[in-house]
Design a protein around this ligand. Structure first.
Ligand code: PGA
Ligand code: ZN
Length: 434
């Protein structure tokens, strides 16, 4: 059997280290000759899981190494997310000229790299360089820094940003989206995501195996009850056929989890992504126009009827803070999670956690636009005593960076879609490093 260690050497081909399958692999090529001095950078085009164009960034360091990262894309986006430039805008001569300021700079750590980029951009929303371009470069630099420190990516991030606080055993809860609606599907569900929340309790592999089995059983059950042989699949790998109403998926999932004897370690969650069905001061939910108070009452009913339901994300539109406050009061022992509401922004998270609007937040690095700012968002949340769930986007790439960030931070959960298709890359990285 070959030893992984020997394979690492082959990454150093002439002047370039090729892409790696996993962040666990390249670090062994690091150390020798890898500095954190930027020799050059690259902005390339790759495609996401919806086939849309996205950015892959590269950082070449002195010593002949190059490190890459690609950036995912959201569809149900918060309005305060960092700007996304098209590849043409991102790679324009103007932007390349701007970014040339990176060349030859020696950065002692991630924070200094990101602060340099933020200053270079100089806008609130990262509209000049582009939030997606900045994040790609920032993640690529994080890989260079890890190699320079002779550490795995998660270790390097943990050392720089989280210290010992996050070093207890990491047992993330898997937020896995099994039924897709809203903007991620073409069915009649208003709610965007119906998830199972799987405890890993020190054994990620058996948790993932059970999850895969449940995903398959659910497919079979839906095929039978809905009498379809080809079940449509949504953007995050969940089943996306029509349902009687917005509650039916919860009833089906509750029933299945109970029947399979998984109630001890499997709970349920939803992402309403309510921006998607909010218009002109009201919610269009289940075919009716409903007020904030009425919608809060409907959700409360769901939690009563499905006791396995534990978490709800973006139950209201991003500016409807009164809705979040109302529901958080009603659901004291459950999780109310901000995503479009908080957009991985430290000050918004601190403000809304402080007001009791949410007790959990989604962390998506591309909402923030640099690794350091995503880290700051996590730290803000943890300092306020609320939970963090590090998340993919509905348009994903093969990049597994978020799993390392989640481990470094000791995040409460990872939200990575159904255990299928391109989503499986994140699950596999979790098996490698958790
Ligand atoms: P998005 O959705 O990646 O399409 O924005 C994911 C989410 O709302 O959590
Ligand atoms: Zn969301």
């Amino acid at each position: 059997m070959w030893e992984r260690k020997n394979i690492f050497k082959c990454f150093q081909t002439k002047k370039k280290v090729q892409r790696y399958l996993s962040d666990k692999l390249p670090l062994r090529c690091g150390g020798e000759g890898v500095t954190m001095k930027v020799k050059d950078f690259a902005i390339d085009e790759v495609f996401d899981s919806r086939g849309n164009s996205t950015i892959e960034a590269g950082i070449a360091t002195h010593g002949g190494f190059a490190f890459y990262a690609s950036v995912p894309a959201g569809k149900s986006r918060g309005s305060r997310e960092a700007a996304v430039l098209s590849f043409a805008e991102a790679s324009s001569a103007k932007n390349m000229k701007r970014l040339a300021a990176l060349k030859g700079k020696d950065f002692p750590n991630q924070r200094s790299f990101d602060e340099f980029l933020i200053k270079l951009d100089g806008t609130e929303g990262k509209t000049k360089i582009g939030g997606n371009v900045m994040l790609g470069l920032s993640m690529a630099f994080a890989r260079a820094a890890a190699a320079g420190r002779k550490m795995e990516l998660w270790e390097s991030l943990q050392k720089e940003f989280f210290g010992k606080a996050a070093q207890k055993p990491w047992e993330p809860v898997l937020f896995s989206n099994l039924i897709n609606g809203g903007e991620h599907a073409r069915n009649d569900l208003d709610i965007q995501e119906y998830m199972v929340l799987v405890e890993t309790r020190g054994d990620v592999k058996s948790a993932v195996k059970k999850l895969i089995a449940l995903y398959r059983d659910l497919g079979e059950k839906l095929g039978k009850t809905k009498r379809v042989s080809n079940i449509p699949i949504g953007d995050e790998g969940g089943y996306s056929l029509d349902f009687k109403n917005n509650f039916e998926p919860l009833a089906i999932l509750s029933d299945l989890v109970r029947k399979k004897g998984l109630s001890g370690t499997f709970r349920l969650g939803m992402d309403a992504a309510a921006n998607g069905f909010f218009s002109k001061g009201a919610y269009l939910f289940g075919g009716k126009k409903v007020s904030t108070a009425k919608l809060a009452g409907i959700y409360e009913g769901y939690f009563k009827k499905a006791p396995a339901l534990f978490s709800i994300e973006d139950p209201f539109a991003e500016r409807d803070t009164a809705g979040f406050a109302l529901l958080s009061q009603k659901l004291e022992r459950k999780m109310v999670v901000g995503d479009d509401l908080t957009v991985t922004n430290r000050s918004l998270i601190e403000e809304y956690a402080g007001k009791g609007l949410v007790n959990g937040v989604i962390i998506k690095p591309n909402q923030a636009g640099t690794v350091t700012e995503a880290v700051e968002a996590v730290r803000g949340a943890h300092e306020k005593g609320i939970r963090t769930i590090v998340s993919h986007r509905s348009g994903e790439t093969d990049d597994v960076f978020i799993i390392h960030l989640a481990k470094a931070a000791g995040a409460y959960g990872v939200k990575i879609g159904a255990p299928a298709r391109e989503r499986i890359f994140k699950f596999n990285e979790l098996l490698r490093i958790a």
